[in-house]
Design a protein around this ligand. Structure first.
Ligand SMILES: CC(C)(COP(=O)(O)OP(=O)(O)OC[C@H]1O[C@@H](n2cnc3c(N)ncnc32)[C@H](O)[C@@H]1OP(=O)(O)O)[C@@H](O)C(=O)NCCC(=O)NCCS
Length: 126
């Protein structure tokens, strides 16, 4: 399992809370998959979990390399899934998947942490 890329990102939960208040469903659907929305909305403080997933997407883009957004990659091409234990895992689709595969990647390791103020994620592309 050779590390091919590393990315980290820190997100202010308040920024995501504001976007959810101002743009609601439009922001959610543009940025998160149906599965991510279902999970976050089932939690007591959805903004914290949305912020964490936003951080994963930014961290994943960093792990794959710069210019990902310029290459037509969509926010929803980077998806956080959950194992039964609650452990998060990253699923890549579309352009993000193609970029990662070109780098020789077959998977990734991710970790999330959050408080009501800050959410952080780390991604290692392997
Ligand atoms: C895993 C656990 C130790 C998290 O530690 P914590 O210090 O309380 O919280 P942190 O903010 O550091 O981490 C939370 C993140 O840990 C991750 N996590 C949960 N279970 C995990 C596991 N078994 N292995 C690795 N990561 C895990 C998740 O990504 C979670 O964020 P998410 O709910 O937005 O996906 C523990 O609290 C737990 O088992 N949580 C289960 C999930 C849960 O209760 N979610 C409630 C919201 S619905």
């Amino acid at each position: 399992m050779t590390p091919l890329g590393l990315g980290i990102d820190l997100v202010e939960v308040g920024r995501i809370r504001d976007l959810l208040t101002k743009h609601g469903e439009r922001f959610k659907e543009k940025t998160f998959t149906a599965g991510e929305i279902a999970y976050c909305d089932s939690c007591a403080d959805p903004a914290m979990h949305y912020a964490a997933r936003f951080a994963v997407k930014e961290a994943a883009a960093k792990s794959i390399g710069t210019g990902l957004w310029a290459h037509g990659v969509d926010w929803n091409d980077l998806e956080v899934l959950r194992e039964e234990s609650g452990r998060p895992k990253l699923a890549l689709h579309g352009g993000a998947k193609a970029h990662a595969e070109r780098m020789g990647s077959t998977g990734s390791l991710i970790s999330i942490t959050h408080t009501r103020e800050l959410a952080m994620a780390q991604v290692i592309l392997v």
